[in-house]
Write a protein that binds this ligand. Structure first.
Ligand SMILES: [Cu+2]
Length: 177
């Protein structure tokens, strides 16, 4: 009887370990990494660039790529769709507007198929005279961060609780001696 209980505990432990590994896996695997940006991250510029480009450590996939530039006025300042050439993704810029911080938001698909996203910034020290693109919809930009982690954690806890319930039920049920 004791062996069977230990066996069940082992099964539950393996299930939990599997769930934890599934949650942690996307963080641990090697994705394409951003190596440089043009303008350089944090650069202070008095002359507006006409294009921004990001270069990764390996060729990236062209599908579902996002590259946009948001100005200090919370409007988009890129123009057109991004283009991918090997490890580099770039997008054209409008004639820039207000002085201040511009945020480059990217999300690309790694060579291994995983999405990689992040931000770079540059700062305009003098204002341009361009007209902005559309305003950034706050709700839309926050939903761009991908699915939240909490449903997976809740799911794992529910399964864990279920597994423990089975162990308790098994160890407490009447036994024939
Ligand atoms: Cu990956």
């Amino acid at each position: 009887m004791r062996n069977r209980r230990l066996g069940l505990l082992a099964v539950v432990s393996l299930m939990v370990a599997g769930i934890l590994a599934t949650i942690a896996a996307p963080v641990a695997s090697a994705h394409s990494q951003l190596e440089s940006s043009d303008p350089a991250n944090g650069a202070q510029l008095s002359t507006a660039p006409t294009r921004v480009s990001l270069t990764f450590n390996e060729a990236i996939q062209e599908s579902f790529d996002v590259l946009n530039v948001v100005g200090p006025d919370n409007h988009y300042w890129h123009e057109g769709d991004p283009t991918v050439t090997g490890p580099t993704i770039s997008v054209g810029l409008r004639e820039l507007g207000p002085a201040g911080k511009y945020v480059i938001n990217y999300r690309v698909t790694s060579a291994d198929g995983h999405p990689v996203s992040g931000q770079r910034t540059f700062e305009m020290t003098t204002a341009g005279s361009g007209t902005p693109g559309p305003a950034v919809d706050a709700a839309q930009s926050s939903s761009d961060d991908g699915p939240p982690l909490w449903p997976f954690i809740v799911g794992a806890l529910v399964i864990l609780a279920g597994g423990l319930g089975v162990v308790l039920w098994w160890s407490r049920r009447p036994r024939a001696h």
